[in-house]
Ligand binder design. Sequence first.
Ligand code: GDP
Length: 367
Amino acid sequence: GFSCGIVGLPNVGKSTLFNALLQSAKAQSANYPFCTIEPNVGVVEVPDQRLYHIAQKERSKKITPTFIEFWDIAGLVRNASKGEGLGNQFLANIREVDAIVQVLRCFEDPDVVHVEGEVDPIRDAQIIDLELIAKDLETVERRLEKVQKMARLVDKKVKEELEHLEKIKAVLDRMEPLRRHKEELGEETIEYAKKTLFLLSIKPIMYVANVGEKDLPEGNEWSEKVKAYAEQESAPVVVMCAKLEADLIGLESQEKLELLKAYGLEEPGLNKLIREGYRLLGLITFFTAGEKETRAWTIKKGTKAPQAAGKVHSDMERGFIAAEVINYEEYKNLPSLSKAKELGLVRLEGKDYVVQDGDIMYFRFNV
Ligand code: GDP
């Protein structure tokens, strides 16, 4: 599965947020295969109203949503890269996730100690980044040493790698995260940083500005600063209150709606968080629909029809002939799929078709 790692300094609200995520996932998923792989990993449903609308129209007996993983990576502190407070272990956990969700404390509370003295989310973000950068530098320097020895062999591949490493090191030496300097690095060096060295500061990131209840729904001065900071790297920001999310758990849906409304919110912040995380991972959803089951499927943006079919069943990819497709945006105005077919609104697409978010698909294949 695809995963987001939740990181942040101590006492910013990570566990409050993570537990709310787990609890709400459990509550929602009575009928679905919810599981907690490990205590610090939660598999949560991607909230998507479209799935339920389709299932209703098609009178489906079963509804299967799609899921993403959240990892609670607690314990990052200043100097983690130097081994402070088991820091290295937590940094190693970040290596395994596909994207980073950084929780930033934007709430004031005299009862909650701030490890850095006073509230300052930008400073906090920079502390975490410095740890990612220090760890990346360590990885790069170790690799560089090896490759420099090999470079004497005048191998073209080795030379290429050396060039990648030097470009990467130039950014890290300025104490800058790689994700902020993609143009300087170039496509191939980015691929190398991601897929060969598994560096941390190249991973996509989003920020959660954790504000106090009284600052909902818009946020406060601190969350505005976070937005400006995040914009420099085109990173998404979700403004939410972890404590309120925790309070919402266990309420009946009517009570929940009322409480949300009292704070000027249309839906739980968790929904926004999950959807933004999904987008950050470059994922989109297509649907298969019918009386037996309506189901959401996750694919990477840019996936073609046969590979999408392969998600449903490997036989469908192998024997792929064509896909019958209608997008949800068109379908939503119609009473059913059979009506859409009757009206000639279902298209037939071939093996080069790039699947779009919201496509409802039926695959034709040879067995
Ligand atoms: P972690 O160390 O980052 O996992 O932080 P916790 O989730 O354990 O939260 C630390 C403390 O901050 C706890 O006492 C929480 O109840 C409190 N807290 C978390 N989120 C909020 C919030 O949005 N507002 C306020 N006032 N307190 C919060």
